[in-house]
Structures are given as structure tokens and as C-alpha cells.
Design a binder for this molecule. Structure first.
Ligand code: MG
Length: 262
């Protein structure tokens, strides 16, 4: 049978054109402008980070001095305010469920490693379907989002400093495959009740540097301008976000970063 390519093309024009016309704008334009930029908080027009195909998760076993936060067997290192962490542990992974959870132990400057993924059969759309996040000191979010072939506002994609700064690249693994984050974080320094030095972070996503010693503008939030509180704790827990989606985590460990031996 001879295929009528012109009718196929015409059909595509009709269907693809309609699909394009119905595509919703992403992000927000009614939010504050981020200082030092021309972009709104969660601005859909901020340039999308370029896609880098990475080899997948770096699986790094905990060094001898690491504090293991999850080794595949139990949630002993985690809690919620009023009791034990409600996340599920199965097949060596912890699955987000019910509530945000926090570490029992608190930390200041750290090196943090973990691996995460979203199951392949989960439907995602922008911020929906595959969203979680790691809040360092319980305050500063490095976004966890299934961002492979899933467009959203760039300051909310995987490895963004949520609501503040997109990553340098989108190195997210295909859905269903593991990602790794290796993060170093230094808390803000206050002097005379003022921020002398902001909180700083480096994020390596699947072996790709995506945040290179960047500063947080303040405590992470949604649709608002990040600011620093009047006073700041020296240490805080690591918080993992439950955003309604069954994000899986494994092999999570942390090393408090102290001073050099003298
Ligand atoms: Mg999040």
C-alpha cells in the first residue's frame, strides 16, 4: 500500500499544532525577581540547563569515618517530630511515604552522598509525580526531581538550589535508573547578627559538577524570595522531603567536615 506522506504530514500539523497550542506555560511570573538576575522565582523563561548524558549513578561505599544514614536495612537514623520515620524499606531502598523525615543527628559543614531514583512506571509532569528534595540543616533544599525529559522551571529541576539557582547542567538519569548526588555544604557565618558569609554548596550529579561552590540566597521556600533568619543554628538535621511521590533512596552517608589536623 502506498502511504500518503502528505496526509501524514497534514495530520501532524493538525495534531502537533493543537498540542503545542495547548501546552501550558511553566513556572511563574507573579513572584519576586531574584536579586542579581532578571528572572522571577520559578521563572519558566529562565534558560533550561543543557542536557549532559552521564554514565549514571556513582556508587561510592561509605568511607571508614562516615556516618551511615541508610545502609539498605533500617530507618534507625531517621525520625519525624512525633515518632519513628514512616517511610518504607524494601529491597534495600527507602521509599518516601507519608511525611518529611529528618536525621536524629544534626550537622553543620558536611560531605553527603546518596543515590535516588523514581520508579519507571510513575507518570511525571513538571513538579508533579517525581518530586522530593534534601534539605541540608533542614533549611537549604537541593532539589530531587525526575528531570530526564521532564521540563519544569529551571530553579526547580534536579540539583537546583530550589527557587534560587538552576544547576549548570541537567545530568538526570532516565526514569527508573539511579542517580547519585555528592554534596559539600558549609553553613552561613554570622557576625554581629549579620550574614558575613552565605551558606555554600557544591553538588556533583552522576559525576557531573552542577553546582560549583554556589551560595544560597537564604533559606529555601516556595514562590518567595529567600532570606536568612535573624539568628542561625550551628547545626541542623538533614531532611528528606515527601512531596507525594515514591522517590527511592539508597546508600546515604555523611561526613561532618571539621578542621584540618594540625
Ligand atoms: Mg522538592
Amino acid at each position: 500500500m502506498k502511504i500518503n506522506t502528505w496526509s501524514l504530514f497534514g495530520g501532524c500539523l493538525l495534531i502537533c499544532g493543537t498540542a503545542q497550542a495547548q501546552e501550558k506555560p511553566i513556572g511563574f511570573k507573579d513572584t519576586p525577581i531574584i536579586p542579581g538576575t532578571t528572572y522571577h522565582v520559578h521563572d519558566g523563561d529562565r534558560p533550561q540547563p543543557r542536557v549532559v548524558e552521564a554514565a549514571g549513578a556513582l556508587i561510592i561505599k561509605p568511607p571508614s569515618d562516615a556516618i551511615v544514614l541508610f545502609d539498605g536495612t533500617n530507618l534507625d537514623a531517621w525520625k519525624v517530630k512525633d515518632g519513628p520515620a514512616p517511610w518504607e524499606v524494601r529491597d534495600g531502598v527507602m521509599v518516601a511515604k507519608g511525611k518529611d523525615i529528618t536525621t536524629k543527628e544534626e550537622f553543620g559543614a558536611i560531605q553527603l552522598h546518596f543515590e535516588w531514583r523514581l520508579p519507571a512506571d510513575r507518570k511525571v509532569n513538571g513538579q508533579g509525580g517525581g518530586n522530593s528534595g534534601v534539605f541540608i540543616m533542614g533549611l537549604y533544599e537541593v532539589q530531587v526531581l525526575q528531570s530526564h525529559n521532564n521540563k519544569t522551571y529551571p530553579d526547580g529541576q534536579a540539583a537546583s538550589l530550589y527557587g534560587q539557582l538552576p544547576p549548570l547542567a541537567n545530568a538526570t538519569s532516565p526514569q527508573g535508573e539511579w542517580n547519585s548526588y555528592d554534596i559539600t555544604f558549609v553553613p552561613p557565618v554570622y557576625a554581629d547578627g549579620k550574614v558575613q558569609s552565605p551558606a555554600k554548596v557544591t553538588v556533583i550529579h552522576n559525576g557531573v559538577v552542577v553546582q560549583n561552590g554556589e551560595s544560597f540566597h537564604g533559606v529555601s521556600g516556595y514562590r518567595n524570595l529567600a532570606t536568612y533568619p535573624a539568628t542561625h543554628p550551628e547545626k541542623g538535621p538533614i531532611k528528606l522531603q515527601f512531596h507525594g511521590d515514591p522517590i527511592e533512596y539508597r546508600n546515604m552517608w555523611v561526613r561532618p567536615l571539621g578542621q584540618r589536623d594540625k
